[in-house]
Ligand binder design. Structure first.
Ligand SMILES: C=Cc1c2[nH]c(c1C)Cc1[nH]c(c(CCC(=O)O)c1C)Cc1[nH]c(c(C)c1CCC(=O)O)Cc1[nH]c(c(C)c1C=C)C2
Ligand SMILES: C[C@H]1O[C@@H](n2cnc3c(N)ncnc32)[C@H](O)[C@@H]1O
Ligand code: SF4
Length: 450
């Protein structure tokens, strides 16, 4: 990659898991409005997705950008499960019909911090109220150092067919640098057992740009990938957001690969993955051609929400738990991030809406183009849009500079991302982010785009 391009575009940029992005949300709906909206959408179409946030971890990984709570006290498990079930009950009381649960994701923190028995109790409580279709995608984030045979079995019995293993990097020196205890043998065993028990899709999460990470570490990861061949791989760019995550302040900037050095890590990883037969999907995702994510990318039905890329686009995504985000297509809400605040509110029958947003017609219009760019690397419009959406010509004005840099090609009524532009897809999508350009942040909010 040319240094000049990298210097020009490697700026703080949203990841576009939503539009508008979270810092630009304005007015949250009331609980009544939100539940009314959920109910209205389910009466149109019963398919829903569910995200459950399980925030506890025993040990703090210093690179981590997620909402987590570190504790070794497992006494927190049962009260937290009770809160989740209570929150679910608030939703269930409002459902006009029995929803069809198409997608279920347990994220964290560390879902496998919870005992298999407690997870079983949670899932039975959830699934009692829904229909589960034959073609469903239930997955969980598994920490290799504490996922047991018991977890694999109990989750499989509850319909789970996907597992996402947090590998991050195979090299012990990198694990030490980020204060993460994890054994290569655990990843091997977990992968093998998950296959034997019947999980259909195994994903590995990796991160590039971690402190002290060099090309040799990426090559080592590729060697392990060749042996283990998970169905999917996510290779995330390390999001360095020390203003938000105090734990990241333990790294000095000099320890963290940046600029061309960081970019080279990704390029070696993605070339290596291609040689192993993986296909790139959107940003930072790869899948074998047999995997549903690749099939949906091929057929143009790929979708992106708060959980990242997904083959499904359901009517409503409900997020349960501290900090969880719900997406009702025209309305977003996020729960209180602090565990205590979340639990106190729920115990009083209140969904702790911490912030949210009701999309305007302009937001909905611009999101359409941003989703097309993030999922399909191009977007188009028809003539009438010019008259009704003045933001279109403003966005195209911004894209001309990128055309000059051979990142995109603009034709009468469409744009297409060129191969040179793929690394800059977040920057390209940002041309349509009217809220960003109207009110550019004066302080650090987003991680850098590369
Ligand atoms: C599957 C688990 C989730 C991951 N992220 C989210 C979930 C539910 C939710 C989420 N992630 C971000 C936002 C901010 C809003 C937005 O960009 O639209 C939300 C609501 C972005 C984000 N994610 C991470 C960081 C440090 C940030 C903020 C800074 C930035 O814009 O980059 C960390 C992180 N979490 C997840 C991933 C894959 C990841 C980093 C690559 C999972
Ligand atoms: C859910 C997944 O999010 C990724 N993840 C967690 N924190 C960060 C960060 N700061 N930057 C990039 N990726 C991160 C890990 O790969 C984890 O497995
Ligand atoms: S990376 Fe996973 S285990 Fe580590 S602190 Fe973050 S959520 Fe917890």
């Amino acid at each position: 990659m040319k240094l000049s391009l990298l210097e020009k575009y490697d700026k703080p940029t949203p990841r576009y898991t939503s539009y508008p992005t979270v810092p630009y949300w304005d007015i949250a709906p009331t609980q009544e409005t939100w539940l009314g909206e959920v109910s209205r959408r389910i009466s149109q179409n019963r398919e829903i997705s569910l995200y459950i946030h399980l925030p506890f971890c025993e040990q703090l990984c210093t690179y981590c950008g997620c909402n987590k709570r570190i504790t070794v006290n497992h006494g927190v498990e049962i009260p937290y499960i009770e809160s989740l079930l209570r929150e679910w009950e608030i939703y269930v009381e409002q459902f006009p019909e029995r929803p069809i649960l198409k997608e279920l994701h347990l994220g964290g923190g560390t879902p496998t911090f919870f005992s298999p028995e407690n997870l079983d109790r949670l899932l039975r409580g959830i699934c009692r109220e829904v229909e589960i279709p034959e073609d469903h995608a239930f997955g969980f984030e598994a920490h290799p150092n504490n996922t047991t045979e018991g977890h694999l079995r109990v989750l499989r019995q509850n319909g789970f067919n996907r597992i996402s293993i947090g590998v991050q990097d195979f090299s012990p020196v990198i694990m030490t640098a980020i204060n993460r205890r994890q054994d290569e043998a655990d990843i091997y065993n977990l992968t093998r057992r998950a296959r034997e028990i019947g999980y259909e899709s195994i994903n590995y999460d990796f991160v590039y740009g971690l402190p002290f990470q060099r090309l040799q570490h990426i090559h080592y990861n590729l060697q392990k990938l060749e042996e283990l061949m998970p169905d999917r791989v996510a290779y995330y760019s390390y999001a360095h957001v020390p203003w938000k995550q105090a734990c990241q302040r333990r790294f000095t900037e000099a320890d963290i690969p940046q600029g061309v050095d960081k970019r080279a890590l990704y390029e070696v990883a993605s070339e290596g993955l291609a040689e192993l037969g993986y296909r790139g999907i959107g940003i930072d995702h790869f899948a074998l051609p047999s995997d549903s994510l690749w099939k949906s990318a091929e057929s143009g039905t790929l979708h992106r929400n708060f959980m990242g890329y997904t083959p499904y686009s359901t009517n409503v995504l409900i997020g349960l738990g501290a900090s969880a985000i719900s997406d009702g297509w025209n309305t977003f809400v996020q729960n209180a991030p602090k565990v205590e605040d979340y639990q106190n509110a729920v115990s009083q029958g209140i969904i702790p809406i911490y912030r949210g947003h009701m999309l305007t017609d302009d937001d909905i219009y611009l999101r359409h183009h941003i989703l097309n760019l993030m999922c399909r690397f191009g977007t188009s419009w028809d003539k009438t849009e010019w008259d009704h959406h003045p933001q279109l010509s403003t966005a195209l004005g911004r894209l001309r500079a990128m055309e000059h840099d051979h990142l995109v090609s603009l034709n009468g009524n469409s744009i297409r991302v060129l191969p040179n532009g793929l690394p800059f897809i977040r920057n390209i999508a940002q041309c349509f982010d009217a809220r960003f350009w109207q009110n550019r942040p004066t302080e650090a909010v987003f991680s850098k785009s590369l």
